[in-house]
Design a protein around this ligand. Structure first.
Ligand code: FA5
Length: 341
């Protein structure tokens, strides 16, 4: 056995035999310290014939690596032993269950999204996602809202330096869905939208919509009414009446505003519904032939309906919440009322 191999074996034995951290430190010094045995070996290097130096240098280095690894491993073991000895001497029982950590709750917008996805998947719709940073083309042009169209003014848009936009609604995904999947098609698209609006009790700069789109042969207004009634009945958890009023959106023809009978007065007339008995719920309509064309579909063959549901608005109507800012205010007393984990 070479002197180096003998030194390594002896050092490894001492490392394994060290019974506490102080002793381990002493062993480390004895072999790897400035005056340690291995360090001394290295000093012999210059006295060796030139051709033997590389092999000897490598052997010393390998030995150093092996000792360092063994020292680290033994240090970990000794530390763990010391910790468990200290904890048991203090009467700490690591097998006792910890004190409970309070759970958070799902945000009401997350809850309503999950419920809506559930209802619509039951009706055969697929759940799609789309980009929040959108091309001007998808957000506006392909939906029949060219640059000079007055409808752009109602969407106070966050423009990015590269000419793209933070999407102002989920409708651009209508085009993306038709381009990608063709027809027939039934999709919902819940997601975040952005408008550069002054925030007040009913407007946020960042809010959630859920787009719905059904395209098929002979899809007509009764399909739209049936779908919306089924969805709103499930979500508002009561039997509801709906009515359609004309509404203008360049990407639907005809376009509607869909109202539901007021949940607070059952249609009798109250402060919330401004004595009308009806609450404005969502805009919708039959997909404009030009929009079908933008999506690559032939309007002679296909028809469809679309809607854009404001999710904060839906939760507000369901629970009688009167300020949209509560959703992002971070007040736990508000959030804990929607106690679903
Ligand atoms: C649209 O955004 C259309 N894309 C909806 C649509 C889709 C129409 C498909 C026809 C067919 P509108 O700008 O009205 O429409 O917004 C739809 C809903 O989003 C509103 O009813 C409202 O509930 C919600 N919403 C709009 N702006 C805000 C805002 N600043 N803060 C909170 N909710 C908003």
């Amino acid at each position: 056995m070479s002197a180096l191999a003998e030194l390594e074996a002896r050092a490894l034995g001492e490392i394994r035999g060290a019974t506490d951290l102080a002793e381990l430190k002493r062993v480390e010094q004895a072999f790897l310290g400035k005056k340690g045995e291995l360090t001394q070996q290295l000093k012999q290097l210059s006295s060796l014939p030139k051709e033997e130096r590389p092999a000897f240098g490598k052997a010393v280095n390998d030995c150093k690596v092996s000792l360092t690894k063994a020292l680290e491993a033994r240090e970990r073991e000794l530390k763990a032993e010391e910790l468990s000895a200290r904890l048991s001497s203090e009467g700490f029982d690591p097998t006792e269950p910890g004190s409970p950590v309070p759970y958070g709750t799902l945000h009401p917008i997350t809850q309503i999204t999950e419920e809506l996805v559930d209802v619509f998947q039951g009706l055969g719709f697929s759940w799609l996602d789309g980009p929040e940073v959108e091309f001007e083309y998808y957000n506006f042009d392909a939906l029949g809202i060219p640059g000079d169209h007055p409808a752009r003014e109602s969407h106070d848009t966050f423009w990015l330096r590269d000419g793209n936009v933070l999407r102002t609604h989920t409708s651009p995904v209508q085009i993306r869905a038709m381009e990608r999947f063709g027809a027939p098609l039934s999709v919902i698209v819940p997601g975040r939208c952005f408008r550069n609006e002054t925030v007040d009790a009913s407007h946020e700069h960042t809010f959630y919509q859920m787009e719905g789109l059904m395209v098929g042969r002979d899809i007509s207004v009764p399909h739209l009414i049936y779908t919306m009634k089924t969805c709103l009945r499930e979500i508002l958890r009561r039997d509801i009446e709906v009515r359609l009023r004309p509404g203008y959106f360049p990407f639907v023809e005809p376009g509607f505003e869909l109202d539901v009978n007021c949940p607070f007065c059952e249609g009798e007339g109250c402060k919330v519904c401004k004595q009308s008995g009806w609450i404005e719920m969502l805009p919708c309509g039959m997909v404009h032939p030009d929009v079908l064309r933008s999506g690559g579909l032939d309007p002679e063959e296909w028809t469809g309906f679309a809607f854009g549901l404001g999710l904060q608005r839906l939760v507000m109507v369901r629970y009688g919440i009167n300020d949209i800012r509560d959703f992002t205010g971070g007040d736990l007393r508000f959030l804990k009322q929607f106690n679903r984990i």
